[in-house]
Structure formats: C-alpha cells, structure tokens
Design a protein around this ligand. Structure first.
Ligand code: MF3
Ligand code: CO
Length: 284
C-alpha cells in the first residue's frame, strides 16, 4: 500500500462500485490486478459476441466439410470465403506475416500449421483447426479437434482428455480467482492422464486486439498471476502432448510448432467472458 501508482484509484468523495471495491481490496493486498482497459463494457462485449458467432459459423462449416483426401488449403479456402461473405476478416491472415486465414495442425503439429495444397488429410489423423475472426474491429478465437475417419484409441483419448482440460480450466476460473488457478487445474488433469502441458504457448486476453493481457498459461500454481475480474475476455486453449511437453518452432516457415518427440498433440480453445457467475463461452 501507498507505494506509488495504483491502477484502481477512485477519487475522494466518489463512491466506488462493488466491482471497484473488490478489485481495490485485492490490489491493496499486493495482488496483480488487470488494467481497467481489460474490463470490457456492454458495447464491446456485444461486439465480441457477434464476432464469436461468425467464428462459430466457420468452425461448424469446417466440421461439416472436413474429410480424408482434402488438403489443408481446401480448409483455408472454406474459412476465407465464409468469413468474408459474413462481413468479417480472418484474423490470422497477414498477422505478423502469417500467410493464410486459419491454422491447421495435424498429429505432432502442436499449433500454427500453415495450410498448403501439399498437405492432405488422411484417415487416422487428429486435426486442430484454429479459427480467429475480426468483425467490426472485434476479435474472437476458438479451435476444435477433428478425427479423420477411424483414429487409434490412444489418439482418441488424447483428444477427449484435452477437451476435458479445457472444461476443467473453465470451471476453475471463478470471478476473483486467479489465472494460475486455471493453469493448475489443467495441469493436474493432464498429468493424471499421463500427458504433458505445452509450456511455450498460452491463452490470452482477446477482444479489442488478437492478443491482449493477461497471458493464460495452462500450467501453474493456485492463487498466482492476474486476478480474474468480471468483464475480462480471454481464451483458454490448452495444448496437451501425449509425450513430453517440449516443442520446436520451425526455422523453415517461421510458424509451425511440432512436438520434439514426434508424438501427437491436441488442443481445444474457446473465447470466454468472465461474469459475476463464472465464465460464459462467447464462441459457442
Ligand atoms: N489462433 C492462435 C491463437 O490462439 C493464433 C495464431 S497466430 C496466427 O492465439 F497468426 F498463426 F494466426
Ligand atoms: Co488463441
């Protein structure tokens, strides 16, 4: 207390809201609290919600169309056409030089797979399709796993447990809990199932930009990291490896992330709004 700048200062004579009182209480204890700018207003939340609806439309389209024999470039085309025809922009396109509209990551590709006419989906593949949309300046971000034809029981279990990790992380995110509570819950579930959590990539605040604060690690310690306050919007997007957690970033294309041990990896992602009653999914 008393040591300089406080993010949640309220002038004397002004009655703080209940939310301000709570955040100021945690800030006074020395907890890391979000900048006020990270608390979205009703208009911003509505904008992100609309963006999320287009994003979900894209993923539903991919779910209907994806099959063996398709190239990942074919998926890119579906994503681009649907997004643009709904008045939106695919957020990955030209983002920090990313050349395509969607990330498609197969088996040992952890994330950021670049669509290509040379990469063909095959029976037995597990595929992450990661879609991010800008609508009227508002960003949303979600990904799902797809099993192509008959998939081995081992890979199927990885896909299912990874989905559980997202759900468990979501439930751990209570209002006025902490980012570390999410990561802790996810890591416990992954480890219990013999899997590891990728440490070099994380979830993130989202909404007015593609990547905002806070960084949402999928591992960690309870009661650490940033306070979770109603009005915050962020992703949870655990990448869970069947083998070891270490990953490699491609030096050839600058993007593709693969597991070092060559074993498969899975990922599920939603964009969430923190409310007074816990997380609400904005990308359903
Ligand atoms: N959709 C990814 C995420 O969840 C971002 C990928 S960056 C891109 O943050 F440029 F590859 F799209
Ligand atoms: Co994301």
């Amino acid at each position: 207390m008393g040591k300089g700048f406080r993010k949640w200062f309220v002038p004397k004579g002004v009655e703080p809201t209940e939310l301000e009182k709570k955040v100021m209480f945690f800030e006074a204890k020395g907890c890391l609290v979000p900048n006020r700018k990270l608390i979205k207003n009703a208009e911003q939340i509505e904008g992100i919600r609309q963006s999320g609806m287009v994003n979900t439309g894209v993923l539903d389209l991919v779910a209907r169309e994806i099959k063996a024999g398709m190239s990942t470039e074919d998926i890119d085309r579906l994503v681009y056409d649907f997004t643009v025809s709904h008045g939106a922009i695919p957020a990955p396109l030209n983002y920090e030089g990313f050349p395509k509209s969607v990330c498609v990551s197969i088996d040992d590709v952890v994330c950021h797979g670049i669509p290509s006419p040379k990469v063909i989906l095959k029976e037995g593949n597990i595929v992450n399709v990661d879609v991010s949309t800008i609508l009227n300046g508002y960003y949303s971000d979600a990904s799902r796993m797809f099993c192509i034809g008959e998939v081995s029981p081992e890979k199927k279990r990885l896909v299912e447990v990874t989905r559980e990790c997202l759900e468990i992380g979501m439930k751990a995110a209570k209002p006025y809990s902490f980012v570390g509570d999410i990561g802790y819950a996810i890591e416990q579930h992954a480890k219990k199932n013999g899997y590891s959590v990728v440490r070099d990539l994380s979830g993130h605040g989202v909404g007015l930009a593609f990547h905002e604060e806070p960084q949402v690690d999928h591992f960690g310690k309870p009661h650490t990291g940033m306070l979770l306050v109603p009005g915050m919007v962020f992703t949870i997007e655990p990448m869970i490896n069947m083998g070891k957690y270490s990953v490699r970033f491609s030096r050839l294309d600058g993007w593709t992330v693969t597991t070092c041990d060559g074993l498969p990896s899975a990922q599920w992602e939603h964009t969430f709004l923190m409310t007074e009653n816990g997380l609400e999914i904005l990308t359903y």
